[in-house]
Design a protein around this ligand. Structure first.
Ligand SMILES: CC(C)(COP(=O)(O)OP(=O)(O)OC[C@H]1O[C@@H](n2cnc3c(N)ncnc32)[C@H](O)[C@@H]1OP(=O)(O)O)[C@@H](O)C(=O)NCCC(=O)NCCS
Length: 422
């Protein structure tokens, strides 16, 4: 049985941060009703690759949901919303600051309508503090949560990471909060307001950078290959340094293309085996006993030279060949996998992490699979809904409206586009 079977979610989220969360909950079996404005989630039409079809931006974040369109700027639309609030366990949104309040629905009001409902909210910066009124997107959160200042090389500009830690990362945080609040509501009968700020979520993911920030007050960080103690308190951009207790780096491999690299961690326990394997090929048969690299302290001090030696060896092998050399030696390593490598990887396909789906508008497409594997409740991934595909179904099945009521609401404009702003 699906783990969240019987849990119904009124999902007002849009773009990426919120939909990541609700898609995950849908994959765990929740009945997620995506509650969209009549023109739909803006991402349906963004970065379109097939004319007139929902974009991959939308389809990849909204699987296993039902879609209903409701005009919240009409009195009848608000009535439908209130009726749904009474039938749902969770309501979630990631509108800009004050949007829900302007529509007339504060947390207090929603709690009054359905005391047991859990409300989940993502904001760029939360509902309190000097930044509360600002909107945010992924890279704004990465900039303000500490990720950008610590990504890149010290002499270069700050960089964003490709992983969507501001949006999808925040969605994951929200999912945890919602499940905890749901568990509590089931015990107490009282829902609560669960808020995750994107900036807070990114800070949480940068926790080890704040470890280094505090360590810097006592001296330089010996594991970094870049000089770190410059009288400044800020954790530096560390390039590809490991950032942990073990030394690590990305090493270029044959034939030297943009993703022909392998990340190698020279764990303390593996140096001897690694040095014995690569030393002879480099013409240094005694590498394992060379005092310059004998202890982790020495390797830290001389790491530039150590990486050069490993790099010289790596250039004679592809990243896959080098992985095959390192794995039997127990050296933690990982070839840099491009999206193309991953889309065609046997391990990835075997774990259902890149799944083929069909869609009435776009035909065959792929989604990244469910990364959380529940032994008794495996996820079954279904395509995203078309805009308003389930409006009538939800009105009838969840709210018990009859055909006459539905027609009346339609005529009154409950489901059609709001008048354009002047
Ligand atoms: C992402 C974001 C910047 C987008 O900004 P935006 O496109 O201007 O959208 P907003 O959320 O501010 O506003 C949505 C509007 O649609 C309206 N709307 C939403 N659902 C509606 C519905 N069902 N019917 C009618 N109107 C609706 C809202 O009332 C609001 O209108 P208003 O500005 O007149 O009050 C903003 O939503 C935001 O900061 N969200 C929080 C942080 C976040 O999640 N960011 C990451 C997204 S991946």
């Amino acid at each position: 049985m699906e783990a969240l079977k019987g849990v119904r979610i009124l999902d007002m989220t849009h773009v990426q941060a919120g939909p990541t969360c609700s898609q995950l909950l849908a994959w765990m079996g929740a009945d997620v009703i995506k509650f969209e404005p009549p023109q739909g989630d803006a991402t349906r039409g963004q970065l379109r690759d097939v004319p007139n079809a929902d974009s991959l931006y939308f389809t990849m974040l909204n699987c296993n949901k039902r879609s209903i369109t409701v005009n919240m700027k009409s009195a009848d639309g608000k009535t439908v919303f209130v009726d749904l609030l009474k039938k749902c366990d969770i309501m979630m949104e990631n509108f800009g600051p004050g949007v829900l309040e302007r529509l007339g629905f504060t947390w207090e009001k929603i709690h009054e309508i359905n005391p047991k409902i859990v409300v989940g909210s993502i904001k760029g910066f939360g509902s309190s503090g000097p930044y509360a009124e600002f909107k945010a997107y992924e890279n704004v959160a990465q900039a303000m949560g500490g990720a950008m200042s610590t990504t890149g090389v010290p002499e270069g500009p700050p960089f964003v990471t490709g992983a969507q830690i501001g949006d999808s990362g925040t969605g994951l945080h929200l999912a945890i909060g919602l499940l905890a609040a749901l568990h509590q509501a089931n015990r107490t009968g009282q829902g609560q307001y669960v808020e995750v700020a994107m900036m807070d979520g990114v800070m949480n993911l940068c926790r080890v950078k704040f470890r280094d920030h505090q360590r810097l007050t006592r001296g330089s960080l010996s594991e970094y290959s870049v000089p770190t103690h410059q009288g400044m308190g800020a954790a530096p951009r560390a390039g590809n340094d490991s950032g942990g207790g073990q030394l690590g780096n990305a090493i270029r491999c044959k034939p030297g293309g943009p993703n022909d690299f392998i990340y190698v961690v020279v764990q303390e326990a593996v140096w001897d085996a690694l040095a014995r394997r690569i030393g002879p090929d480099l013409g240094i048969p005694d590498l394992a006993t060379d005092p310059k690299f004998a202890t982790i302290g020495e390797r830290r001090k001389n790491q530039a030279q150590m990486w050069e030696l490993i790099g010289e060896f790596a250039l004679k092998h592809t990243k896959r060949e080098f992985m095959e050399i390192l794995n039997p030696l127990d050296v933690p390593c990982g070839p840099i996998m491009s999206t193309d490598d991953l889309a065609n990887d046997e391990h990835v396909r075997g774990r259902e992490m890149y799944v083929e789906l069909d869609h009435p508008q776009r035909g065959k497409w792929y989604n990244v699979g469910m990364p959380i594997k529940l032994s008794a409740s495996p996820a079954v991934i279904k395509r995203s809904p078309l805009l308003g595909e389930h409006t009538d179904e939800v009105l009838k099945e969840v709210l018990g409206y009859d055909a006459g009521q539905i027609d009346k609401l339609k005529t009154a404009g409950a489901f059609s586009a709001p008048p354009k702003k002047k």
